[in-house]
Design a binder for this molecule. Structure first.
Ligand SMILES: NC(=O)c1ccc[n+]([C@@H]2O[C@H](COP(=O)([O-])OP(=O)(O)OC[C@H]3O[C@@H](n4cnc5c(N)ncnc54)[C@H](OP(=O)(O)O)[C@@H]3O)[C@@H](O)[C@H]2O)c1
Length: 267
């Protein structure tokens, strides 16, 4: 095919993924984008050297056709591009709440479809990309997909029934860390730091904690115990968090996002 990756819709998520791929060495020449309004693709083209075309151009020329429009716009896009896909095309839907079954009903029965849930940290090649495969995806398709998308971060194959949980644990949860960093920023201001400085401190601490959990392979409780000295400051922080129901707040927040995802998919 003429291009490797195509995006129908060139907003926040598409821009993040394009930035991640170009940083990982994929040439902008291998990417084609389309968008409803003209301004966003022109900006992306200027920065990353991608091609711009119509929705039909993207569907015709790219192997992976990423549908990066909002869920409410996806049905119109599917109607529009259906006739342009080839036997090599792989449709990648990012739409939360749109099941494979719904996508399959809208497209030719032989169409290769993947559902993915990325996050914007893909821009820094540190995203999480959960992926569900449709019935026509072969093992070769899936291996090639993994090779390409793991350039954007942690690639996680999941079953479709796990998608609501994935949204709670990762897709939406990125906002929980942002909220926590802002709250830590406010605490920092109370303690005499400039807010931006306090937020940088919080973000660097979160990043380090994530790396420790991923690389040390230790359980988070072990890592927590290792940093709590008897009678010290850290166990005092843990005591305060437990007293205010921190764990349950987190559990409820993850479940709320997963429940909302389920409700959206049943609409
Ligand atoms: N952002 C995230 O963190 C995130 C995470 C996971 C999944 N997702 C999923 O990714 C998808 C895109 O989200 P987003 O945040 O990138 O949204 P976004 O910033 O609003 O981008 C969507 C883009 O689609 C364009 N568009 C709308 N209808 C179109 C059509 N018929 N043809 C071509 N382009 C069209 C819009 O164009 P104009 O507005 O310029 O007219 C807009 O630029 C959604 O399904 C979302 O659920 C997003």
């Amino acid at each position: 095919m003429e291009r490797t990756i195509g995006f129908v819709g060139c907003g926040n998520m598409a821009s993040a993924m394009i930035q991640g791929w170009v940083q990982a060495g994929i040439s902008g020449d291998q990417i084609i984008v389309s968008n409803r309004s003209a301004e966003k693709p022109l900006k992306i083209q200027k920065t990353f050297g991608v091609h711009i075309g119509s929705n039909l151009d993207v569907a015709r020329s790219a192997k992976w056709v990423v549908l990066a429009v909002k869920p409410k716009d996806i049905e119109n896009v599917l109607d529009e591009i259906r006739g342009q896909l080839t036997s090599e095309s792989i449709i990648v839907s990012l739409a939360a709440g749109m099941t494979l079954e719904t996508l399959e009903r809208k497209l030719d029965p032989s169409t290769k479809i993947l559902r993915m849930m990325p996050n914007t940290a893909a821009a820094l090649n540190q995203g999480v990309i959960a992926c569900v495969k449709g019935r026509n995806i072969t093992s070769v398709d899936f291996n090639e997909t993994e090779e390409l998308f793991k350039k954007l971060g942690y690639f996680l194959p999941i079953e479709e029934k796990q998608m609501h949980g994935e949204i709670g644990l990762s897709g939406s949860a990125i906002a929980m860390f942002y909220l926590m960093a802002d709250a830590m920023g406010d605490a920092g201001v109370t303690l005499g730091f400039a807010k931006a400085e306090a937020i940088r401190l919080a973000a660097a601490t979160m990043s380090g904690a994530g790396a420790m959990m991923l690389q040390s392979q230790k359980h988070p409780i072990q890592l927590k115990d290792e940093v709590c000295s008897p009678g010290g400051t850290t166990i005092e922080m843990v005591r305060s968090l437990e007293a205010t129901g921190f764990r349950n707040t987190v559990i409820e927040a993850v479940l709320a996002a997963a429940t909302k995802s389920k409700a959206l998919s049943e609409k």
